[in-house]
Design a protein around this ligand. Structure first.
Ligand code: DLZ
Length: 182
């Protein structure tokens, strides 16, 4: 599936104070670094302050969901972009990695309510992967960051809860904790 994602450029209302995370899988690291650069550049272009973007590395794409889940539950992040590169090898192993990463990332977003987006390249060859890491076919990391920004904007338009408070608020209401005003 080739093609470029549309550039949304819908900025979160919370402005430069909103924090964003990039979780990056170290497998195929030289290509993944291009995705990280793309994601950071897109967040910055979207109005996120340079000091408000945290990049965290994990061993491989299989580990992306757990790391993203941990960051999302911290309540510190408005959105998180996951980036990684899965290239077909000689065995079906890569299919398991790609499938679990995709399903896991989706689950984290649904379970936490924090936009956690999918900046993975799944490619048949290294050449295809480079093309999607800032080459002819765009930069999947930048697209994941743009998607996170747009989803934060989407959620902000529908709730008065600040994005970085959303997880904490959801958790507190689930366990029946109320804020007592004195
Ligand atoms: C083991 C493995 C393989 C074969 N291929 C990739 C890959 O193409 N891209 C990637 O990000 N990670 C790969 N991994 C590593 C797994 O994601 C994971 O880190 C290990 O299986 C340990 O859990």
């Amino acid at each position: 599936m080739a093609g470029r994602a549309p550039a949304p450029r819908l900025r979160p209302r919370s402005g430069p104070n909103a924090r964003f995370g990039v979780v990056a899988a170290r497998f195929n690291e030289p290509i993944v670094k291009k995705l990280v650069d793309g994601a950071v550049a897109a967040f910055t272009a979207g109005g996120v302050g340079a000091g408000a973007i945290d990049v965290r590395w994990v061993p491989g794409s299989f580990e992306l969901p757990l790391a993203a889940h941990h960051l999302a539950l911290s309540g510190r992040y408005a959105g998180i972009a996951c980036v990684g590169v899965v290239i077909r090898g000689e065995t079906p192993h890569f299919e398991h990695v790609a499938r679990e990463a995709a399903a896991g990332i989706r689950s984290v977003a649904l379970a936490t309510g924090i936009p956690v987006t999918f900046g993975l390249i799944t490619a048949l060859t290294e050449e295809q992967a480079w093309a999607r890491a800032g080459g002819d076919v765009g930069n999947r990391g930048a697209e994941a960051a743009d998607a996170a920004l747009e989803m934060v904007h989407f959620l902000e338009a529908r709730t008065s809860v600040r994005p970085d408070r959303r997880t904490r608020t959801a958790r507190r209401s689930r366990i029946g904790v109320r804020d007592h005003k004195r």
